[in-house]
Design a binder for this molecule. Structure first.
Ligand code: ZN
Length: 120
């Protein structure tokens, strides 16, 4: 049982692995600039109605402007209606129904496309 194999004491090892953090300098009178964390666009917030979010481009608190566009569900319904015999213009009904179309969310300030809510 020889314990002299490890000459470095525990306190020496602690000082080597944990350097002292730099002191927090708080300048007096200067404006404290807090860094804005990266904006994460969460898809679950966006549905078929305008959503409140922060624009990743202009960093403004905005309520998105929504626009409808034909998506996969629209075309599938159109094809399905055509197959069952609705070929006299009725198969175009999904293109007029908002609930059948995808929803694009845009920033009203800078017009940036933020999110596309897909039905399928
Ligand atoms: Zn914007």
């Amino acid at each position: 049982m020889n314990t002299d194999k490890y000459p470095i004491s525990d306190t020496t090892r602690m000082a080597a692995t944990y350097p002292q953090p730099p002191p927090y300098a708080q300048p007096h009178g200067a404006a404290v600039v807090t860094s804005v964390p990266a904006v994460v666009v969460v898809g679950s917030n966006f549905a078929d109605t305008p959503a409140v979010t922060v624009c990743p481009v202009c960093h403004q608190n905005i309520t998105t402007r929504t626009e409808r566009s034909a998506g996969l569900l629209t075309w599938l319904l159109c094809g399905g209606l055509a197959i069952v015999g609705c070929i006299a213009g009725c198969c175009l009904i999904p293109f007029c129904v908002d609930a059948c179309q995808d929803v694009n969310h845009y920033c009203p300030n800078c017009n940036h496309h933020i999110y596309k809510h897909k039905r399928l």
